[in-house]
Design a protein around this ligand. Sequence first.
Ligand SMILES: Cc1cc2nc3c(=O)[nH]c(=O)nc-3n(C[C@H](O)[C@H](O)[C@H](O)COP(=O)(O)OP(=O)(O)OC[C@H]3O[C@@H](n4cnc5c(N)ncnc54)[C@H](O)[C@@H]3O)c2cc1C
Length: 386
Amino acid sequence: MSIDFRFTEEQEEFRELLTGFAERELLPRYVERSASTDFPFDALRQLGDLGVLGIGMPERFGGTGEDDPVLLGLATETLARGDVNLASAPIQVGLVAAQLVHGSEAVQERYLPGLIAGEHNLAIALTEPGSGSDAAALRTTATRVPGGWRLNGEKTAISWATTAVAAVVYAREPGTTRSGGVSCLVVPLDAEGVTRRHMLGMGCLPLGWGSLHFDDVFVPDENLVGEEGRGFQVAMHHFDFSRAAIGLMCLGAAERSLEEAAVYATQREAFGKPIAQLQGVSFPIAEHATYIEGARWVSYKALWAREQGRAHTSLASMSKWWAPVVAKNAIEAAMKIHGNLGYSAEFPLQQRYRDVTAYLVADGTAEIQQGIISKEILGSGRVADY
Ligand SMILES: Cc1cc2nc3c(=O)[nH]c(=O)nc-3n(C[C@H](O)[C@H](O)[C@H](O)COP(=O)(O)OP(=O)(O)OC[C@H]3O[C@@H](n4cnc5c(N)ncnc54)[C@H](O)[C@@H]3O)c2cc1C
């Protein structure tokens, strides 16, 4: 069979549905929503109703049942045209749920239906004040006690820290080092001993970014996810999915920005003609459209490879380091084409720039991704992914 870059009919239908939703429901209030630290749960429930949060989730809890990473990527790319922050919700839900399905029946019943319906969300707490890129250096401890664990430590820079009902927390058995002895525990954030602190970022305000402090918090046995002491490996596997989806999300915001710039360039006149007729304006549009298209297909290939059960760690890292850079640069170019309006807080361009910039760091920096890619190339001696 020859190579085929087309989406299926079902995927195209879903994309059309979400494009309409992003344009009509999300985009008009994006700037207003982004200025607030309140998460718009009304819009999250709309995503639940559209079925976006149930892709690949167990059918008995309201999901589609069938794993479809490409569809999830398509959804995040499309939704980001309207609101980048809301577009991150399916990725967060996908990451959390991929872990909860390895939890007890009680944990699944408590959290999965609400996640899929968009009624609540959970945070993922890995980063600590002393360990980010070097996640295996985490220090939060989970000490065995009758009926469960006692959790002590601090997590920082956590999305949804202020609004989540619970967090998926990575903590180690005292005395263990690196990835050994790390377990994944679901911790209700109203439990005794949990304190939350909001952190203000340059964008992504509705995502409730912040730190979580655990002071002798009791976590019952049933809240263990996966095998005790093997939580780290599971977390790393799922990041291969989120990295490619994040790339597409950033690109969705960039596509919309560049399209706005193309329209504006045909309307705005300078020196007696539309600025679109100036190559200094039209060539950057062509250049950034080229980068966007290239980065899109690296990201979709990573998701396709995941769906096919093929190795995709390197492709996922390529999407994660490159796509946010491509998106940020394209949005910057679109801002410049809009002149003073591009800088105006009344327009979405500056907001997209600030929101997309988060993903140069969140979920792993470019240096960490390039370390993963180069290790694979140096090991195999091959560059192209056949
Ligand atoms: C908006 C946002 C949302 C986030 N959400 C979450 C979340 O929900 N959950 C969560 O657990 N974390 C979250 N994070 C944290 C994020 O994953 C970390 O910030 C990231 O992994 C980097 O860790 P760090 O900030 O500690 O930087 P460091 O690890 O201290 O890195 C500092 C600098 O050193 C470089 N560096 C480090 N190691 C190497 C190396 N080996 N080679 C070359 N350069 C290196 C890095 O690239 C970086 O430039 C979020 C971050 C942001 C900005």
